[in-house]
Design a binder for this molecule. Structure first.
Ligand code: ZN
Length: 646
């Protein structure tokens, strides 16, 4: 490990049955020995609490610690994350094992951080046990106080959903449709609060024993919608992500890192897990790809890059996930790749010293209410805030423009461009701050379903976009899904389901460019009161109506695109137009998947393609890594160059 340049490792996240083989019988000798050996070789440790995998004796003796599905069936032993986060009994066992571990291991000074649990979330589904059902009802009582208020907020009545007794209300079943959207929405909120409360319980426990240690947990991405990660990482000391780069497209990997950098403003994120080999048999990264990913992580603000795992498992559920060493424990290709990369990065880090984090002028507003709203209702798979943000982010990524991802409650006055992607729930206070932002010269780009629902996932009786009519100068009177029209050869059922995608043409001008584009997935039925129409729909029901509008206010303006997934060329042009209005410069021109990320006076140039590439930088500099002539950076396939500008 030391020879491979590894100076931090993460251990113990699933080891409960080896730490406490029988209740109150602890066997920590092997762990002390491991920590001592690592210390001898200068390797720091992120120690983990083992709570994702309770031992068999525990789940057998205390069945109320095990989660139950919507039909009330308890999970069986042998999975992971199959505990009930509401269970008081489980908290008691959590307290015992965590207290024992932190207290006993505190003397090991090479423990630099604690990871709580592992990938908090509903890996096995959310729990529906009686404790959770009672907890949900208590949570609802605290939120609504009376059943009348709950019925009013949920707008019950349809399908006889009025409630006359709290005992009638149950958590949303998560395995079949259709569920009343408001009930599902509040179930999501309850589960989010429950898992966050359990994470906070562990945090406070570790903190009470070790007042100075870094405490965190490992999340997932790109935008993990299962529970409120802003709340989770507000509590944690550092944002950690398990980012397997081969799992998503590289623009989504960059999005993930931008999201994690945004969780803790001003603080680097850590990658708690990444792969040096294949997640399964199918897709091993090339050696230089691993290196390119590691530099990309550093460029985007990553401060730790931990490989899962050291030696490939002989047995168990993850035996196909390739570790750094082979099954036989011998160092081969992946070891050499890790060794080359980590030792090189260590040298380069010494040369570069401290760098500021990359700074974004663009921010997406991410609201878990909207994310859960889409997942709680029946909408087409293409319509949603998450997918929309990924599509838009790819256009920014292709232009080497960095973006942050922030909650609506966070101050955004330091940004130049704010993007609302299908933000279908708009809070009045947020709308006021958005207006002040535009008056002060900021640009807002709003896309698709904006301000159409309340925070209980019901459509509004008033005209959309709620609270933003003045800013956008339009009303959204309704909309149309573009999955299919009814052609003579189309059917929902007979003889078999058959449809064709609808592509709705639109045309006009964006800036001085004449545009012909295509709307997909959803189109808004807009009336324009006080905005300039840049594009109009050309055909079908909305022919002649606004497809793209803009309205200046003060020194800024608000742009609205009345569809969700336009074609890439139009979306790219629109993004460039919004960036220009916001006076956000494009990054150095480069083919897609050739990244240039700036950290202070340092440019990271990373080629994620299998072909050689060139990048023209705006300012001269000297190479710290790779080849630079004048301002031209030459990159081998999956090559990396780092340029320091003086
Ligand atoms: Zn439960």
């Amino acid at each position: 490990m030391r020879d491979a340049g590894i100076n931090l490792c993460r251990i113990g996240e699933f080891a409960w049955s080896r730490l406490e083989p029988r209740q109150n019988e602890f066997t920590l000798d092997w762990l002390h020995q491991t920590l001592d050996i690592l210390a001898e070789h200068g390797i720091d440790v992120m120690m983990c609490t083992p709570t994702p995998t309770p031992p068999a004796w525990l789940t057998r003796a205390y069945p109320d610690t095990v989660m139950a599905n919507a039909r009330g069936q308890r999970a069986h032993h042998g999975a992971r994350r199959h505990y009930c986060p509401s269970s008081r009994t489980y908290r008691e066992h959590t307290r015992r094992i965590v207290t024992k571990l932190v207290t006993d291991l505190k003397s090991h000074r090479n423990i630099v951080a604690w990871q709580l649990d592992n990938e908090f979330g509903p890996e096995y589904g959310w729990c529906h046990c009686d404790n959770c059902q009672e907890g949900f009802r208590a949570w609802l009582k605290a939120r609504y106080e009376t059943l009348d208020r709950l019925n009013e907020a949920w707008k019950t009545g349809f399908w006889s959903t009025d409630y006359t007794d709290w005992a009638q209300i149950r958590l949303a079943e998560d395995d079949y449709l259709p569920i009343y959207p408001s009930r599902r929405m509040d179930s999501r909120r309850f589960w989010s609060d429950t898992i966050n409360a359990y994470a906070a319980y562990q945090y406070d426990l570790v903190r009470s024993i070790d007042p100075d240690i870094t405490i965190t947990t490992n999340g997932m991405g790109p935008i993990y919608t299962f529970f409120d990660y802003f709340k989770l990482f507000d509590k944690m000391d550092v944002a950690c992500d398990d980012l397997y780069f081969d799992y998503a497209t590289q623009d989504c990997n960059a999005l993930t890192m931008n999201v994690y950098r945004s969780f803790k403003p001003g603080k680097p994120f850590w990658i708690a897990e990444t792969g040096s080999g294949a997640l399964d048999h199918n897709r091993p990264p090339l050696p230089d790809q691993f290196r390119a990913w590691a530099y990309s992580s550093w460029a985007h603000g990553g401060d730790a890059h931990i490989v899962f795992r050291w030696r490939t498992c002989l047995s168990g559920q993850e035996q196909e996930l390739q570790g750094i060493l082979e099954h036989n424990g011998r160092p081969r290709h992946r070891y050499r790749t890790v060794q080359k990369t980590f030792n090189e990065i260590r040298q380069v880090r010494q040369q570069l010293g401290e760098m500021p984090l990359p700074k974004a002028d663009v921010a997406f507003i991410v609201d878990f209410n909207t994310l859960w709203g889409y997942e709680s209702a029946r909408v087409g798979a293409e319509v949603g805030a998450n997918q929309q943000m990924m599509t838009l982010h790819k256009q920014l990524y292709a232009r080497n423009v960095l973006a942050d991802f922030i909650p609506p409650t966070r101050d955004f006055q330091q940004y130049r461009l704010i993007i609302l992607a299908n933000l279908m729930m708009i809070d009045a206070a947020f709308a006021e701050r958005l207006k002040a932002f535009v008056r002060g010269g900021g640009i807002v780009l709003a896309i698709g379903q904006i301000g159409m629902r309340d925070f209980n996932d019901n459509y509004l009786a008033e005209t959309a976009p709620q609270h933003l009519h003045d800013l956008l100068g339009i009303t959204i009177e309704g909309g149309m899904y573009l999955t299919s029209f009814v052609g003579p050869d189309e059917a929902l059922a007979r003889p078999v389901r058959h449809s064709r995608p609808v592509e709705l043409p639109m045309s006009g001008a964006i800036g001085d460019a004449q545009i012909r584009g295509i709307a997909r997935a959803w189109a808004a039925d807009c009336d324009v009161q006080d905005a300039t129409i840049l594009l109009r729909f050309d055909t079908d029901t909305y022919a002649g109506q606004a497809a793209l509008t803009e309205k200046p206010t003060g020194n800024g303006k608000a742009i609205y695109l009345a569809t969700t997934h336009p074609d890439d060329a139009l979306l790219g042009r629109l993004i460039e137009y919004a960036l220009a209005a916001a006076q956000v410069p494009l990054g150095p021109a480069a083919p897609l998947y050739v990244e240039v990320v700036r950290r202070g006076a340092v440019s990271f140039c990373i080629n994620h393609t299998a072909e050689p590439q060139q990048v023209q930088l705006d300012t001269p500099g000297r190479p710290v890594l790779g080849a630079v002539e004048e301002n031209t950076v030459k990159l081998a396939p999956f090559g990396v160059a780092i340029v320091k500008h003086d």
